[in-house]
Ligand binder design. Structure first.
Ligand code: ADP
Ligand code: MG
Length: 347
């Protein structure tokens, strides 16, 4: 399995002005997207922004209202799912309860008329890939949630797809298992040299996994790039807020994003304590609304005089030195060099 026969990565995906309307309501609007071969791509965004619809159009479970979808340079816009070299792993796993693990994994080959010995041989290879060889004769009910998920993965991979499609694959798992399966997905994608397109509303998940993050908002792509691109250069206020760990600050003539860990807070009475190096910092009076212990420090949540919310992630040392508490008047400040200009204002 692994990389294609010539060792080339597979799974180049292109959306060319793709739209989808349901009864006149536009779910996906003029999306242009290029996913290189061998890419881990996350479609990220709030509920209802069009992630699953985009994924289903790539799978062939929905047909685009307009535009073209190309897979490895082949136009697949109108092809049925089985002829696209995509495979979908469903959130509910949808395993057959009366079949063994090996038979579940081999199922798609049985549908394609592959002989029993060959399909069970392939199923064994897939089970080895997801580290489940020992459980091949069990039934799904005798497996944990994490194990069922790996069976579902093996089952989706047995047809050697160029692109594996995953819709919120980690949302049913507990937080500990989620981290393990997340690492496993990344390892598999790299080993197979195919593309994974993974839908999630969790920015942590997208930042951790993606070679390419595609952040959607109301049926459109708001920004796409590496996780670092989105985090350090959010294009709009929406991106800065959705990615988190940023303050969106309205400066009147423009809006900027400032990382919460680059936002400092001092008691209003202590502003004279600004040292020489701090002169020229942008400052804004505010009141402390809440303080939360965040493990790596303290998250201090503020409201400024105009009612806008700000947060600062302070180290334990800085927090204790500043001696600030809820209800207190403070000054939030940041270095102009840490203020990243946003397109389209603070809304
Ligand atoms: P996401 O996966 O990002 O939460 P979806 O792609 O499921 O969003 O949905 C995008 C929009 O399209 C939503 O407004 C949703 O209500 C609508 N939608 C999705 N599927 C259908 C459908 N089968 N019929 C009508 N509207 C739909
Ligand atoms: Mg969805």
């Amino acid at each position: 399995m692994a990389l294609g026969e010539d060792g080339e990565a597979r799974g180049k995906v292109e959306f060319v002005r793709v739209s989808k309307a349901y009864d006149g309501a536009i779910a996906v609007h003029d999306v242009d997207l290029r996913i290189p071969a061998g890419c881990y791509c996350c479609l990220l965004g709030p509920s209802g922004c069009g992630k699953s619809t985009s994924l289903r159009m790539l799978a062939g479970h929905e047909i685009a209202t307009s535009g073209d979808i190309l897979l490895d340079d082949r136009n697949v816009t109108l092809l049925p799912p089985a002829r696209r070299s995509t495979s979908m792993m469903f959130q509910s796993y949808a395993l057959f309860p009366h079949l063994t693990v090996a038979e579940n994994v081999a199922f798609a080959l049985r549908m394609r008329g592959v002989g029993k010995a060959e399909r069970l041989g392939r199923a064994r290879e897939m089970l080895k890939l997801v580290d489940l060889s020992a459980l091949s004769e069990r039934r799904p009910a005798q497996l944990s949630g994490g194990q069922q998920q790996r069976v579902a993965l093996a089952r989706a991979l047995i047809t050697s797809p160029s692109v594996l499609l995953l819709d919120e694959p980690l949302s049913a798992l507990d937080p500990f298992l989620r981290l393990r399966v997340r690492a496993e997905l990344k390892r598999l994608q790299k080993a197979l040299g195919i593309s994974f397109v993974h839908v999630t509303h969790s920015q942590d998940e997208a930042l951790a996994l993606s070679d390419l993050v595609v952040l959607m908002n109301a049926g459109r792509i708001e920004q796409q790039g590496t996780a670092e691109d989105l985090f350090s250069r959010p294009r709009t206020a929406f991106v800065a807020r959705f990615i988190g760990a940023h303050n969106v600050i309205d400066l009147g003539d423009r809006a900027v994003a400032v990382r919460t860990d680059r936002t400092a807070v001092l008691p209003a009475s202590g502003v004279s304590r600004f040292a020489d190096g701090d002169v020229g910092r942008m400052a804004r009076p505010a009141v402390v609304r809440a303080v939360e212990y965040a493990g790596t420090g303290f998250a201090v949540h503020l409201v400024d005089e105009g009612g806008a919310e700000l947060s600062a992630l302070m180290s334990e040392g800085d927090f204790h030195r500043a001696a600030i508490g809820e209800g207190e008047s403070v000054v939030a400040s940041w270095a102009p060099a840490d203020a990243h200009a946003l397109e389209g204002g603070a809304i």
